[in-house]
Ligand binder design. Structure first.
Ligand code: APR
Length: 268
């Protein structure tokens, strides 16, 4: 039995299986990863996007953020076969939750696409199966912005357009400054999201870490937390990670190969 088969058995037999994803699952969709030779942090300095800079210099922060948004999310990008396999595993009732560090919103798009597919099938009488897994965006969503005064959340595209046109920083109708709806460096993750992520990792009897270098805390501790309570930990990643030592299965394959194969093995 190879590592992927071992993982398929663990997920199939699990009461609570959780997927945890990083930039590597979106790389095949054209969204750049953060680390590695052509990573985002080779082009930009993380300090430009720190919470302290947003508070100190919102105008300069926004001027740089427009460039980062273009570098990361320029053009159309769609969920890939790995997102779809994860969404399908959720619809099959094999995933309790998808915890993602990604802010591209592609897990939500994939789940919606699987939904549409299933609805179409359901119309043909084959019926949908389990309910949706929870998608927890640990670092927020770059496709939205939030007003720092009234808290209003809105679609980010028009606001980024306004900032690119010189409105620096872009402001809400209430006069408050908009902030990208993501967790910035130096900013606390929302307490409830972090608490829920930790309890899911603790409860999980199968924990899949997919496409993450597992170096950013607190997310990087989740595989260890899962392992500490006896869960089977699987890591699907092209490069080694600091959590490989606690993994029961390490799959050094492209996510677009490994995840569809994993889903097939589970439903075999
Ligand atoms: N298939 C499998 N693994 C892949 C693929 C692929 N097609 N492409 C890239 N990878 C792997 C890389 O080997 C790398 O280890 O995905 C990992 C991506 O790591 P990072 O770029 O560090 O991304 P991530 O782990 O999500 O970063 C965490 O850091 O900068 C912050 O907020 C940012 O959410 C991000 C966090």
């Amino acid at each position: 039995m190879d590592d992927l088969e071992r993982l398929a058995t663990a997920v199939r037999d699990a009461d609570t299986a959780v997927a945890f994803t990083g930039a590597g699952i979106s790389a095949p969709s054209g969204v750049p990863t953060f680390r590695g030779d052509d990573g985002v942090w080779e082009q930009f300095d993380q300090g430009q996007f720190a919470y302290g800079r947003f508070q100190r210099d919102p105008e300069g922060f926004w001027a740089d953020r427009v460039d980062l948004q273009r570098a990361m999310f320029d053009g159309e990008f769609e969920p890939n076969a790995a997102h779809e396999a994860v969404a399908a595993m959720g619809r099959d009732g094999h995933l309790e939750a998808v915890l993602t560090q990604n802010t591209d919103g592609l897990h939500g798009d994939a789940a919606a696409a699987v939904d549409e597919g299933n609805d179409a099938e359901a119309d043909g009488g084959s019926g949908a199966t389990a309910d949706e897994p929870t998608v927890l965006e640990l670092h927020g969503n770059s496709q939205r912005v939030r007003c720092t005064d009234c808290g209003k959340r809105t679609d980010g595209d028009p606001i980024f357009e306004r900032a690119a046109g010189g409105e620096l920083p872009p402001t809400c109708d209430c006069g408050g400054v908009f902030k990208p709806d993501v967790v910035l460096f130096g900013e606390q993750l929302p307490g409830a999201v972090l608490q829920r992520s930790r309890s899911l990792a603790r409860e999980s009897d199968a924990f899949l870490a997919i496409g993450s270098s597992l170096v950013i805390e607190p997310a990087a501790s989740l595989p260890r937390l899962a392992a500490s309570t006896g869960g089977t930990v699987g890591i699907v990643n092209l490069e080694s990670t600091p959590c490989d030592d606690v993994a029961d299965a390490v799959v050094r394959e492209d996510v677009t190969e490994a995840l569809p194969r994993l889903r097939e093995l589970i439903v075999e």
